[in-house]
Design a protein around this ligand. Structure first.
Ligand SMILES: Nc1ncnc2c1ncn2[C@@H]1O[C@H](COP(=O)(O)OP(=O)(O)O)[C@@H](O)[C@H]1O
Ligand SMILES: [Mg+2]
Length: 535
């Protein structure tokens, strides 16, 4: 390679990457480049090929064609060991740590003995072959515990990170596990760090801490590639952004020279309105539609998952629920919907007690409640059945028997398919074979069509494209305007703050407060999610 070309090339360059999984073209002539001292954001909708592209770079997938060059030198990775030998390390969406080991053991696991050069000095000539993970770990463990901890300490200082070296991974909150993963890569000499959706699991505070770590890494001369689908994060942290759509890398822009709106247009291939059109709820007249009082739930292992939860839900409002995943959201929804029994407490709908009633009994009592659960294909829909049959499921439930009104069902299915623009080859198509967005529309369409007075939704946009997500927010707003009382369990705080009229924040099954989401900051909500009471 001529020296001129070498100068023009970035630290890492991928080009012409194509990768198929069976019939799916996950990467289609894709590429990216990143320099030392730079943060590149990789942006794209679900399924656009982001993870595949970085997995190729990290040596986890071998591409069908295309090339990778590091420092102008052509590299054929094909294994994570080779990639890390070139200084490329990846922090996965799902961490690969060993829970029963502590931080320093995890960090040094699989690395050469600790006398090797520190971060930034990764060398391809360092012998990695022949040291099996555990052999290597045991020898490192016996000989080098102090050396390892010292080296970790130096990395912590250099990159502004801190972990408790002796803490077991299973005792760590998610943010700390992520820091351990990052340290593990730095320990192995990574000078390029790939993070696949690192903020998806973090609170705002943890995200802030991660971003300041990434900024230090950049200042220390590392190259960082961060995958996210959150536009505000792209705008905040990245120097450049590469947008993917349908396996292709559509465009790369300097972050400062682009805008969230422009990036969205590139992501979805059309301009969509990214606005949640919230209207003020009507003045409250009369009783709330639903009243939940001192609801508690203790599971089979005696774990208290809900503790004295009380709230009112009025017609024509969206009450949001914010909390770290697993704080009792699921149990709350399932108890109200009659799918699970509470340990104590009560719930009333239009004055009638509904607690302890099955979904069918709730309906028979005259309360129309709709539930769009987290697990669409488990609880909400039957994946192996057609769109029509799934739409009819709601009526089967109330009116079991073999005399199902099929003609009426087809008509209803056609109506829902049209009304919610469900992309399906036909109403007889199996639900499981539809895309995530369309599966969600079948469920929402069915549930909204039932004209509920209470609508409970848990993470209704999870796995959906941006366009489809905003479609769901529009639908919920329409329902709200027609007087439905909506309980919305969400995870994206920006969306919760824009969409909801009131926001209930829970921590470990306890209500920390119900706030006006526009009157409190994201950070304040984050603190409540971590267990601080509302001011
Ligand atoms: N291991 C795999 N086997 C089969 N299909 C896959 C695999 N990994 C990804 N895909 C498919 O490739 C496409 C791109 O996926 P992915 O790279 O994970 O996208 P993103 O990270 O942008 O959401 C999707 O259609 C996905 O279903
Ligand atoms: Mg991905």
């Amino acid at each position: 390679m001529s020296s001129v070309v070498k100068i023009l090339m970035s630290y890492i360059e991928m080009s012409g990457i194509t990768k198929r999984f069976g019939g799916v073209l996950a990467n289609d002539d894709a590429g990216l480049s990143v320099d030392r001292g730079e943060i590149l954001a990789l942006l794209g909708e679900n399924g656009s090929g982001k993870s595949t592209l970085v997995n190729v770079l990290a040596g986890i997938y071998t591409p069908d064609s295309g090339s990778i060059a590091v420092n102008g030198k052509h590299c054929a990775f094909g294994s994570p060991h080779n990639a890390i030998a070139e200084g490329i390390g990846m922090v996965h969406q799902h961490f690969k740590l060993i829970p029963v080991m502590n931080a320093w053991e995890n960090i040094s696991l699989g690395s050469p003995p600790a006398d090797s050069p520190p971060a930034g000095g990764a060398r391809a000539d360092r012998p990695l072959a022949g040291c099996g993970f555990f052999d290597n770990f045991i020898s490192a463990n016996i000989i080098n515990k102090n050396v390892i901890n010292k080296k970790i300490g130096q990395l912590e200082e250099r990159f502004g990170l801190t972990v408790d070296h002796d803490k077991k991974v299973y005792d760590m909150p998610v943010g700390e596990k992520q820091t351990v993963e990052i340290l593990k890569m730095l320990y192995r000499g990574a000078s390029a760090l790939i993070l696949d959706e690192p903020t998806a699991v973090l609170t705002p505070q943890e995200t802030r801490r991660l971003f300041s770590m990434l900024t230090v890494m950049k200042q220390e001369g590392c190259a960082v590639i961060i995958i996210t689908h959150k536009l505000n994060e792209v705008m905040e942290i990245s120097d450049r952004v590469t947008v993917m759509r349908k396996g292709k890398t559509i465009a790369t822009a300097a972050t400062r020279a682009t805008s969230a709106r422009e990036l969205t247009g590139m992501m979805v291939g059309a301009s969509v309105s990214l606005e949640i059109k919230r209207t003020e709820p009507p003045a409250r007249v009369g009783e709330p539609v639903m009243q939940v009082e001192n609801l508690s739930f203790v599971d089979a292992e005696k774990k208290r998952l809900l503790d004295n939860v009380s709230f009112d839900l009025y017609g024509g409002e969206i009450l949001g629920v914010a909390g770290i995943a697993g704080s009792g959201q699921r149990e709350l929804c399932e108890i109200i919907a009659g799918l699970r029994k509470a340990t104590a407490g009560g719930a009333r709908c239009r004055g009638k007690s509904i607690l302890g009633l099955s979904p069918r009994q709730i309906r028979k009592s005259g309360v129309v409640m709709s539930f769009v659960p987290e697990d669409r294909l488990g609880m909400g829909l039957a994946g192996g059945m057609s769109v029509t049959d799934n739409i009819l499921l709601r009526s089967y439930g109330l009116n079991p028997g073999i005399f199902v009104d099929r003609a009426g069902g087809s008509e209803l299915a056609a109506k829902i398919i049209e009304r919610y623009a469900i992309a399906t080859p036909s109403a007889r198509h199996m639900v499981r074979k539809l895309s995530g967005g369309n599966i969600q529309k079948v469920l929402l369409g069915r549930e909204i069509h039932a004209a509920p007075s209470v609508l409970i939704t848990a993470y209704p946009v999870r796995g959906l494209d941006i366009g489809a997500s905003y479609g769901v927010y529009d639908l919920l707003n329409e329902e709200k305007k027609s007087g439905v009382a909506i309980l919305y369990i969400g995870e994206d705080l920006d969306v919760l703050r824009e969409l909801c009229d009131r926001l209930m924040v829970i921590h470990a099954g306890t209500v920390m407060g119900v706030v006006d989401p526009r009157a409190v900051s994201k950070e304040e909500i984050g603190l409540m999610m971590l267990g601080e009471k509302a001011a």
